[in-house]
Design a protein around this ligand. Structure first.
Ligand code: MN
Length: 303
């Protein structure tokens, strides 16, 4: 039996990438980890502890830095598929890198690489570019949002894995089973939307119109960006979501950047040590980031 481990991004694109891969291997069992670019190195390290044989590692929908690459290199064979804009810092003979920053989703790259056709690809494209039009894409986005809202840790990982398995053949009728959870989640979404329109702070930095939303709880970024489309000062060149939290008594600021006007938001994400796409990016800073500081950075980067 082939040992396959998958590390995929904890979002719709990552979940669909995993579903396509499982379809490709005929539904065979995999060890699946839902993680993030920032957590990736730790996730890889945790995944190898106590294992005599490691087998193959598949990484989907995440950019990495050289330490994550070194960690991945512990496995016997690695296929790393992504669509963020980055260049691996080194090449290793047993790590195959498939990076297409022009692809709308990692799922599209996964589908092409393994030769799996699926209606899930267009759903991933819609969700990952925040241009959801079909009912299926909306339902899947809400279901994943609801699961991430309700569960955490191992339970969250296994719920997302189950969902990925349930939809791997492209049939989304199973989403009906989540309707109760989703309707509870929808109520919470409404309160978040109200909070966004009440607490949003608007700034003009030179010619750049900036909207900043600060929060202590993790929230889906698209909600903020889409809600702000109805704001009286919209469209915004730069939308910043700042999530403050403590990790082992150390303050951490998660920054998410979006735009309504095609501003290159990858620039500011890179400035803060992060990455992503030209029109959707993020960074995690191991410190408190303040609004005046952000505004100064914007002035430097975009004037
Ligand atoms: Mn993606």
């Amino acid at each position: 039996m082939r040992l396959r481990t998958v590390m995929t991004h904890m979002d719709a694109d990552g979940l669909i990438s995993l579903a396509l891969f499982m379809k490709h291997i005929g539904g065979a069992r995999v060890r699946a980890y839902f993680t993030s670019p920032v957590q990736l190195r730790d996730t890889i390290c945790r995944s190898v502890i106590g294992k005599k044989t490691l087998g193959e590692l598949y990484i989907f929908d995440m950019a990495g830095e050289h330490r994550a690459l070194f960690a991945a290199a512990m496995y016997d064979w690695v296929v790393w598929i992504d669509h963020h804009r980055w260049e691996p810092e080194m090449k290793l003979p047993h790590i195959e890198m498939v990076i297409d920053p022009d692809a709308m989703s990692a799922a599209a790259v996964v589908s092409k690489y393994f030769g799996v056709d699926s209606p899930l690809v267009s759903i991933a494209n819609e969700i990952d570019t925040n241009s959801v039009k079909s009912e299926d894409a909306e339902k899947l986005r809400m279901t994943i949002g609801a699961i991430r809202w309700r569960y955490s840790g191992r339970e969250l990982n296994s719920r997302l894995y189950s969902l990925s398995r349930e939809i791997m053949n492209g049939d989304l009728s199973v989403l009906e089973n989540y309707s109760e959870l989703v309707s509870e989640y929808e109520k919470w979404v409404e309160t978040i939307k109200q909070k966004v329109s009440k607490e949003i702070k608007v700034f003009n930095v030179g010619k750049i119109k900036v909207a900043i939303f600060e929060t202590l709880e993790s929230i889906p970024v698209y909600l903020v960006s889409n809600e702000l489309e109805n704001h009286k000062d919209a469209p915004f060149d730069l939308i910043i979501i700042m999530i403050h939290r403590l990790a082992r008594n150390t303050p951490i600021t998660k920054l998410e950047f979006r735009t309504h006007t095609n501003l290159n938001v990858l620039k500011i994400a890179r400035f803060y040590g992060g990455g992503g796409h030209i029109m959707a990016s993020g960074a995690t800073v191991n410190d408190i980031v303040t609004i005046p500081e952000l505004l100064r950075s914007i002035e430097i980067l975009y004037s």
